[in-house]
Design a protein around this ligand. Structure first.
Ligand code: NDP
Length: 317
């Protein structure tokens, strides 16, 4: 008889997760959604979920023997973690293995946003360098900027370390002060007032919903630059579009959006917005490392009763 635990995979996941799980587990791929459309017998065999997306309480309730949900990604806002905690289901994520990649991307996005390199390359490829002359000087520069980090966790700290050699001033806001040399600011509003460049790298939570609004953008000022590599959830996108149109702030660089993969129509034509399709961690080596950590969490859970990286809401003794 087959005694391998079944891992349910709702929707698409990195192929390396599936490769690593084959052999030790029965892998059951189903479409995304609340209802996996399994027989009761089949549902009873499912002891784990591997997911790069959403897991609702409804889905958990349909799987009576579910023990663990391994999320592909450090942000696990797609998983109803409160419901998992209540049901004694452990949730794991993929912290740290993507810190460097995401921090590198953030610096690239910041430089591209202030220096307009993408538009400059388009100018060259369109033949305009030769036909019309040099690309216009960028009105903005990274020089002499004061950068405020909204979030200074695993990724935020790597971004700050990378900013040091650029000789910019660095401040940050988090709920609790960290043991770092950067200037702590007690609220997001005061941070926006004191800096000209705001980098958002906080998780998606009830407290971080649309907190970067018209007031925060106005506080950044007309030389202001907003970089968002956290979640689109944290930015009021309509307020941002208005601020970019009116020159309330100078520019924005976004890797994340409110309703992905839909991008607000108003952002598309803005020359002072640099837009990336959520690629901060999207290199082959980093996504492989994330895939390995998803598989390692499940293997460790079933081999040793202990996952590698459980999330704070579902700790394991
Ligand atoms: P961490 O948990 O290590 O850090 C989160 C930071 O945010 C902490 O400094 C925390 O400090 C702060 N924070 C949390 N809530 C608030 C709040 N309400 N107000 C102010 N500060 C707050 O997470 P990571 O650095 O590993 O990742 C951060 C997020 O980045 C992920 O949750 C994910 O959403 C996003 N991300 C995006 C990627 C992309 O592809 N664009 C890739 C990877 C991550 P404190 O607790 O003291 O408030």
């Amino acid at each position: 008889t087959d005694t391998k635990p079944t891992v349910l995979v709702p929707g698409k996941i990195h192929p390396r997760v599936l490769e690593r799980l084959q052999g030790q587990f029965d892998v059951l791929q189903v479409p995304v959604g609340d209802d996996p459309a399994l027989s009761d017998e089949q549902a009873a065999t499912v002891r784990a979920i591997a997911v790069a997306g959403a897991v609702s309480e409804t889905l958990m309730a349909a799987l009576p023997n579910l023990e663990v949900i391994a999320n592909f990604g450090v942000g696990y806002d797609g998983v109803d973690v409160a419901a998992a905690a209540k049901r004694g289901i452990v949730v794991t994520n993929t912290p740290d293995v993507l810190n460097d990649e995401v921090a590198d991307t953030t610096i690239a996005l910041l430089l591209n946003t202030v220096r307009r390199f993408y538009a400059a390359e388009t100018w060259l490829r369109d033949g305009k360098w030769e036909s019309e002359g040099p690309f216009a000087l960028s009105p903005l520069s990274l020089k002499d900027r004061h950068v405020g980090l909204y979030g200074l966790g695993r990724i935020g700290q790597e971004i700050a370390r990378r900013l040091e050699p650029f000789k910019v001033k660095i401040s940050y806001h988090t709920r609790s002060k960290k043991d770092v040399s950067y200037t702590y600011v007690g609220s997001l509003k005061e941070l926006a007032q004191s800096v000209d460049t705001l980098i958002c790298i906080v998780p998606k939570t009830d407290e971080t919903h649309k907190v970067i609004d018209a007031e925060i953008l106005a506080a950044l000022g007309d030389n202001g630059v907003l970089i968002n590599v956290g979640r689109g959830w944290s930015v009021d996108e309509d307020a941002l579009i208005a601020a970019l149109e009116k020159g309330t702030i100078a520019a924005a660089g976004l890797d994340v959006f409110y309703d992905e993969p839909h991008v607000s129509k108003g952002l598309m034509p803005l020359a002072n917005a640099t837009l990336l399709p959520h690629v901060a961690s999207a290199s082959v080596p980093t996504r492989n490392a994330m895939a390995d950590l998803v598989a390692d969490n499940l293997m460790s859970w079933f081999d040793k009763g202990k996952p590698v990286t459980p999330v704070a809401e579902t700790p394991v003794k």
